[in-house]
Structures are given as C-alpha cells and as structure tokens.
Design a protein around this ligand. Structure first.
Ligand SMILES: [Zn+2]
Length: 83
C-alpha cells in the first residue's frame, strides 16, 4: 500500500523525493588501521558484542528542500495535513 508523503521541513512538497535504501554492512575493523578484518554476511555471524543494524530500512530526502529523514515523519506529516 502506498503512503502519501509531505515534507516535514518545507511543508509544501508532496511529489518530489529521493528514496534512500539503507543497506547496512556489518564489519569488524582493525583498531589501528581501520581496515576491514571481518565482513559479516548475516546477523547470525555477528559476534556476541556486535549489535545488528536496527535503524530505518529506508530514508527519504525531500527533493525540494533537501532535508533527509525517516519515512515515518513524511507519512505522518501527510496524514496530519490531508489534501
Ligand atoms: Zn522539503
């Protein structure tokens, strides 16, 4: 089901957006060099102290004013300000 968006910042744009898919890559780095020593292919492989990514699956950028935020804030703004 599609949801209408309204930018919570400029409060006028309902049509032009950039959808940013979040593709997290879990890695373990060498503390001195920052080079990747382990790249995890699934959350099951993570070590016990490594918290899996739990942020938004996608972000939305308003293509009118440029603000970036979670999709929910754009949906809520549209729901609170119906056309
Ligand atoms: Zn905007």
């Amino acid at each position: 089901m599609a949801n209408a968006y309204l930018c919570p910042n400029c409060k006028t744009n309902r049509t032009r957006f950039n959808i940013i898919d979040q593709v997290p890559q879990s890695v373990k780095l060498d503390p001195a060099t920052g080079s990747v020593v382990n790249q995890y292919n699934s959350n099951e492989e993570l070590d016990p102290f490594h918290i899996p990514y739990n942020g938004a699956s996608k972000l939305i950028q308003c293509a009118a004013c440029g603000v970036v935020g979670e999709e929910e804030t754009f949906i809520k703004r549209a729901q609170n300000n119906p056309l």
